[in-house]
Ligand binder design. Structure first.
Ligand SMILES: Nc1ncnc2c1ncn2[C@@H]1O[C@H](COP(=O)(O)OP(=O)(O)OP(=O)(O)O)[C@@H](O)[C@H]1O
Ligand SMILES: [Mg+2]
Length: 107
């Protein structure tokens, strides 16, 4: 949804799943998965980037965003023992990376 909102004129959303170490090194370890959500949208400046996981932080108009989306994602990923990071620059799109440890069986 964030990727969609960041591309009012359209663009490309890429979802990529791969095996990676917790530090993001591809193929280095089979016990972590990396989920990347990449968009070609408006991107973020440093001030916005620094606050995206804060509850109720939003740059959207009233009624268009609660600012809770990424704070909930952050909580879920943390509870799973994973990590989330963002890579974004103004006008250069956004990449969200979610690292998740594998589990042998559903908990
Ligand atoms: N893919 C993205 N591209 C550009 N900015 C983003 C992106 N994802 C998040 N943001 C910025 O981070 C802010 C917080 O995102 P978050 O998902 O937590 O809340 P929201 O999208 O504003 O509201 P809601 O999730 O309730 O719709 C957004 O308002 C926006 O400024
Ligand atoms: Mg959102």
């Amino acid at each position: 949804m964030n990727a969609r909102d960041a591309m009012p004129q359209g663009g490309t959303i890429t979802l990529r799943v791969s095996e990676a170490s917790p530090s993001g090194e591809l193929g280095a370890s089979r016990d972590h998965l990396l989920l990347e959500v990449i968009d070609t949208g408006v991107g973020m400046d440093a001030a916005t980037r620094a606050r995206i996981f804060e509850p109720f932080f939003t740059t959207k108009l009233r009624d268009q965003g609660t600012g809770l989306g990424l704070s909930i994602v952050y909580q879920i990923v943390s509870d799973c023992g994973g990590a989330i990071e963002v890579d974004s620059e103004l006008d250069k799109g956004t990449t969200l990376r979610i690292h998740l440890p594998r589990v042998a069986a559903p908990r």
